[in-house]
Design a protein around this ligand. Structure first.
Ligand SMILES: NC(=O)c1ccc[n+]([C@@H]2O[C@H](COP(=O)([O-])OP(=O)(O)OC[C@H]3O[C@@H](n4cnc5c(N)ncnc54)[C@H](OP(=O)(O)O)[C@@H]3O)[C@@H](O)[C@H]2O)c1
Length: 270
């Protein structure tokens, strides 16, 4: 696998996602720690990450921008406008910016930070923490896209799509892990309510989810087909699925995804 060579990477916002992405890069030795700079509003957070991974901790955003070629923006979308107003002047011409901020468009980033920066948008997910993110990239600059691809391959799978798909992708795979956690929670709670220990119920629920996901990934059959195969006529699975269907689970779930998509759109108005 190719490394980033001499290019220096900066992370602004050492939270859940930013740290997971950099941990993937470091674990795969795509960059040397000396070539990575981090900064967070909460200095102890950046300091702890710096000590743990021996990367450089910037004492200001200006210092980070001065010393890096590509910056990963990983603060909350609501914090972007204030950040841009305060720090626009510190960006260098041609500086690469990879933004994982939900809802904030390339156009908005370009307007806020100045046109000469190279922008790639990325929508990863929490799977990055275990090297299993699903990341969607979009951008017009080939070099920028290829750099971002190397970065995110460090923590999972990468697909490139047009930017108009990003609100949808944010709802589907960006927020997606939470839907699966919720399903696991519900399975677990049912088991506990009917007499299992929470440890055993958790093992049953998680292993079932893992097996289903792996089967869906490796089988030639579609998920609909796999589901039909385990749903024998008048059997237990059919009894459960009939209740979900009567309660219009599919419709409700799609409404939930549409709400996430709308929220992604709203975030750029902030
Ligand atoms: N979490 C997910 O599953 C997920 C998936 C895909 C994309 N994303 C995107 O990833 C981004 C980060 O999400 P997250 O869950 O990792 O959030 P997080 O854990 O809250 O991390 C964001 C970090 O950035 C810091 N911060 C805020 N403003 C800053 C500034 N101006 N300069 C430096 N640091 C600043 C925050 O400090 P404070 O806590 O003091 O604000 C916090 O430490 C969001 O834009 C989100 O849309 C998240």
């Amino acid at each position: 696998m190719k490394t980033f060579g001499r290019q220096k990477i900066g992370l602004i916002g050492v939270g859940t996602m930013g740290s997971a992405i950099l941990e993937g890069v470091l674990a795969r030795r795509l960059a040397t720690p000396a070539h990575i700079w981090v900064y967070d509003k909460i200095a102890v957070r950046a300091g702890a990450f710096g000590r743990r991974h021996r990367v450089r901790v910037a004492s200001s955003i200006a210092e980070l921008l001065k010393n890096t070629d590509v910056v990963l923006l990983a603060m909350k979308p609501q914090d972007f406008s204030l950040f841009a107003t305060k720090h626009k002047a510190s960006f260098k011409a041609g500086q690469g910016v990879i933004s994982i901020l939900a809802g904030i468009t390339t156009e908005k980033i370009a307007k806020a930070l100045g046109k000469s920066i190279v922008i790639v948008r990325a929508m990863p997910n929490l799977g990055a923490k275990v090297g299993q993110s699903m990341t969607v990239l979009c951008g017009k600059n080939k070099k920028g896209l290829s750099f971002a691809k190397k970065l995110f391959v460090g923590c999972g799978k990468v697909v490139t799509l047009p930017e108009k798909m990003l609100d949808l992708v944010t709802a589907l795979s960006g927020s997606g892990p939470a839907y699966f956690f919720y399903l696991i929670e519900l399975l677990e709670a049912f088991g506990v309510k009917r007499g299992l220990s929470s440890k055993v119920a958790g093992i049953l629920a998680i292993q079932t989810g893992l097996g289903a996901a792996l089967l869906a990934k490796h089988s030639r059959a579609s998920c609909a087909e796999l589901r039909k195969r385990v749903t024998s006529k008048k059997g237990t699975t059919e009894a459960a699925l009939q209740i979900l269907s009567r309660g219009q689970f599919g419709k409700i779930f799609h409404q939930a995804l549409a709400a996430a998509m709308n929220r992604s759109r709203e975030l750029r108005e902030k």
